[in-house]
Design a protein around this ligand. Structure first.
Ligand code: C2E
Ligand code: CA
Ligand code: CA
Ligand code: CA
Length: 278
């Protein structure tokens, strides 16, 4: 028993040591990447389903590795959040997006860029100041910027609501990201100062398989109508899903491979030129 206990204790120690090394190596990698400007942003169109007009684009960050390959965000955003680098990453994404999409902002005052933010960003007053300075220097209006916040955030809900209200009072659109995957307290959603809800890909995919998928999506649509917020459906890959969605909610916006994958700015502008009429 004693030997077993010692062995188990030893392996737990090893596991901690490994986690510690990994987080240290991420800290190093992220710091190098930020210092060398090795972040790049891809853009994915968000369109209104009824007429396929372009509403905006989601900015999705990638890290450029030393060999030039792109590291997807799922691999480094969680580490960036724990290492305290998320603020720098978010600000870098904002700067990229404002420069990259400049023609779109200019051609269409309703065009918006959607930025993924962490609760730490929203809770920081500095970030609001930063945005205010950046929109002013780029000649944008706050309504051309959406901030996507996942409902899985662990921050205190009341302080988060207060912080969100400050952004939304200034005119930024707050969107609840990955809606349905967390423990959405519906009573809270009703009190949150949000402009829209993004239904997670998981539910879009469920539209094909089970009747229950369609029930869930139509209930979320009803909720969005009642709250008077816009609705964006993520991960739309097939015409079948789109047909289903337009029947449920004629004013829905969609995002997904059916319309376009996330691509570098230049490709985005080629496929979805600024000011293009439907
Ligand atoms: P998300 O916010 O849910 O973003 C949508 C993800 O789904 C993107 O993955 C996108 O490429 C993918 N996607 C879009 N349409 C489809 C589709 O039709 N089918 C399928 N199968 N996938 C689709 P990506 O770019 O790898 O981003 C993953 C996650 O990383 C994002 O999930 C977001 O949570 C996070 N992320 C990305 N960029 C940023 C950022 O700048 N800051 C922060 N904090 N998080 C970011
Ligand atoms: Ca540094
Ligand atoms: Ca998102
Ligand atoms: Ca999602």
């Amino acid at each position: 028993v004693l030997a077993g206990g010692l062995a188990a204790g030893g392996s737990v120690g090893l596991w901690h040591a490994q986690l510690y090394r990994e987080s240290r190596s991420w800290r190093y990698k992220l710091e190098r990447a930020l210092d060398d400007n090795r972040l790049t942003v891809h853009y994915q169109p968000i369109v209104r389903l009824s007429d396929e007009s372009l509403c905006g684009a989601e900015a999705l960050v990638r890290l450029i590795d030393f060999d030039g390959s792109l590291v997807p965000p799922d691999q480094f955003i969680p580490a960036a959040e724990t290492c305290g680098f998320i603020g720098r990453i978010t600000r870098s994404v904002v700067r990229h997006a404002f420069a990259d999409l400049r023609d779109h902002f200019e051609a269409d005052p309703n065009f918006y860029v959607s930025i993924n933010v962490a609760s730490d960003d929203i809770l920081s007053l500095e970030f609001l100041d930063f945005l205010e300075t950046e929109i002013r220097s780029h000649g944008l209006s706050a309504s051309q910027v959406a901030l996507e916040l996942t409902e899985r955030s662990t921050a205190n809900q009341d302080s988060l609501n207060q912080a969100m209200a400050a952004f939304s009072r200034r005119g930024y659109r707050i969107l609840i990201d990955d809606f349905g995957t967390g423990y959405s307290n519906l009573a809270y959603i009703a009190r949150m100062p949000i402009a829209g809800i993004k239904i997670d890909r998981m539910f879009t995919q469920a539209l094909d398989q089970q009747a229950i998928g369609a029930v869930i999506v139509s209930k979320v649509c009803e909720l969005a109508v009642a709250l008077e917020v816009t609705l964006i459906c993520e991960g739309v890959e097939t015409k079948g899903q789109a047909d289903h969605l337009v029947a449920i909610h004629p004013d829905i916006c969609i995002q997904g491979f059916l319309i376009g994958r996330p691509v570098p700015a230049r490709e985005f502008s080629r496929a979805f030129p600024a000011g293009r009429k439907v």
